[in-house]
Ligand binder design. Structure first.
Ligand SMILES: CC(C)(COP(=O)(O)OP(=O)(O)OC[C@H]1O[C@@H](n2cnc3c(N)ncnc32)[C@H](O)[C@@H]1OP(=O)(O)O)[C@@H](O)C(=O)NCCC(=O)NCCS
Length: 373
């Protein structure tokens, strides 16, 4: 265990197997037609240029840690683990409840995982892949047996609702996976992450940090919302996701036709199409959910993985490839040999709302209304 357990001798190869998945999307939906009433846009433009038809949005005061909580509870329940069975909780997010304490601390508190180490990872749309990387190396090192890896966002809290070029793209949601140590030849076989900090302004939120602490001026100048140079970001995204995928495939002698399921970061359907076309992937090898959820930043990959597994697209022994790209610039990829039988599907007991815990944050005012009045 991460907490004080002795480091073990590693005679066999120790790997991190993906043993459970969870997802939670807030119930309220914002369609392209709703957006037509808010900014100068059209359903046709959004669908044609991005592939997005609707996105789920938090309207009821739920916190980002509440989205993470519901998804985490589902994943834990599917394998019958208690929160205290975890050795680490890692949350990738750019929209934590607060800058500090971390969202992972809040999630651990709400789960009742008292004493379990928990921390946030800030790598924008690659936040989940960076978190997965940390979870995997922590398991492989022998310092943890069981790790919860989370991607959860309330992107609508940092969107500029006057900027049609960005507000149509993002949504809210959470996806998680559980890692468990194994000595079988399965689980996360290889990882690739990287960054290039020379292009911060391609996609960023200028205000709120120590460079531009909140003032009336920073609020008036919209420094607390995300800004993006869409076209340039698009080009770099295609190139980078392609590079990461090819690196993973070449390093492990896996051919693209051998991939069972390919999941790319859901930023724009045209980006994924461009990448998967160059990889010569068949449509049945690719899973997307951007149409329903938009870009949920760190939640896109785990929520896609959850749905692909639930739909029976992933079988034991399949190669699964996950690849992200995000602000920073950051990127990440994972090659997984799927190592479990189909997960049980839970009933309604974990459906929307009923597992949001009473906690300190609920005593604060609800989050800002996402929709312009
Ligand atoms: C943002 C994005 C969808 C814009 O699509 P695009 O085809 O590049 O569109 P452009 O930016 O060239 O804009 C084309 C026109 O559409 C307009 N436009 C932009 N948003 C619009 C909207 N929501 N509705 C209608 N028109 C819109 C622009 O103003 C521009 O008009 P103009 O030609 O009169 O100046 C696309 O660039 C993209 O997805 N980029 C990458 C995003 C990404 O990866 N983000 C996350 C990284 S993690």
């Amino acid at each position: 265990m991460f907490r004080g357990k002795q480091f073990r001798e590693q005679k066999k190869t120790r790997r991190a197997n993906v043993v459970s998945l969870g997802k939670y999307m807030p119930p309220d939906i914002l369609t392209n037609f709703d957006l037509e009433q808010m900014v100068d846009t059209s359903n046709e433009w959004i669908v044609e240029r991005t592939g997005i038809r609707e996105r789920h949005v938090v309207k009821n005061g739920m916190r980002q840690s509440d989205l993470a909580l519901n998804a985490s509870r589902e994943a834990l329940a599917r394998v019958g683990w208690a929160p205290t069975d975890l050795d680490a909780i890692i949350v990738g997010t750019v929209t934590p409840d607060h800058i500090f304490p971390s969202s992972a601390n809040a999630l651990a508190g709400k789960l009742g995982a008292i004493g379990v180490p928990s921390w946030d990872v800030l790598a924008a749309c690659s936040g989940f892949m960076y978190s997965l990387y940390q979870g995997v190396v922590t398991v492989e090192s022998g310092r943890a047996d069981r790790v919860l890896v989370v991607g959860a966002e309330i992107m609508t809290s940092i969107v500029d609702w006057d900027d049609r070029s960005t507000c149509v793209l993002f949504g809210d949601g959470a996806g998680v996976l559980l890692l468990e140590a194994t000595e079988e030849p399965c689980g996360v076989i290889d990882l690739e992450i990287g960054s290039d900090g020379r292009y911060p302004k391609l996609l960023h939120m200028p205000g709120g940090g120590s460079a531009h602490p909140a003032t009336h001026e920073t609020v008036d100048n919209k420094l607390h919302t995300l800004h993006m140079e869409g076209q340039e970001t698009f080009k770099v995204a295609v190139k980078t996701m392609l590079n990461v995928t090819q690196t993973l495939l070449n390093r492990n002698n896996v051919k693209s036709e051998e991939i069972g399921v390919y999941i790319g970061h859901q930023a724009n359907l045209r980006i994924i199409d461009a990448v998967t076309k160059r990889l010569r992937l068949r449509p049945d090898q690719v899973y997307n959910n951007i149409e329903k959820y938009g870009n949920t930043t760190s939640a896109t990959i785990p929520s896609c993985l959850y749905e692909a597994e639930m739909k029976g697209m992933i079988k034991k022994g399949d190669w699964v490839v996950l690849v992200s790209f995000g602000a920073g610039l950051t990127w990440g990829g994972a090659l997984i040999k799927w190592g479990i039988d189909p997960l049980p599907v839970l009933g309604d007991e974990l459906e929307a709302g009923d597992s949001v815990s009473e906690n300190y944050s609920d005593q604060l005012k609800p989050g800002r209304d996402w929709q312009r009045s």
